[in-house]
Design a protein around this ligand. Structure first.
Ligand SMILES: [Zn+2]
Length: 82
């Protein structure tokens, strides 16, 4: 965590604006870090982010394409390997 010193402090407004990109992991590394820092300290944005994530996975589940079955396996593997 040596790079945490240059993490920019952002306000809720900016966090909300970048939330969807954050969830999709489309933010640049430093923006991603700023979001994480904000979410650590802001309960409101954190709940909002959880809500958006749930919504997103619901949309994915109800879509015509089934969720990739490999994903859970991959996550389990990561946890096991950890
Ligand atoms: Zn916030």
């Amino acid at each position: 965590m040596s790079m945490s010193d240059d993490v920019k402090i952002i306000q809720c407004e900016e966090a909300i604006r970048k939330m969807l990109e954050y969830i999709d992991e489309e933010l640049h590394q430093h923006d991603h870090a700023s979001m994480e820092k904000h979410l650590e300290s802001c309960r409101e944005c954190y709940s909002r982010m959880e809500f958006e994530q749930r919504l997103k996975s619901m949309v994915k589940d109800s879509g015509s394409e089934p969720a990739p079955p490999g994903l859970n396996k991959r996550i389990n593997k990561i946890i096991k390997d950890y």
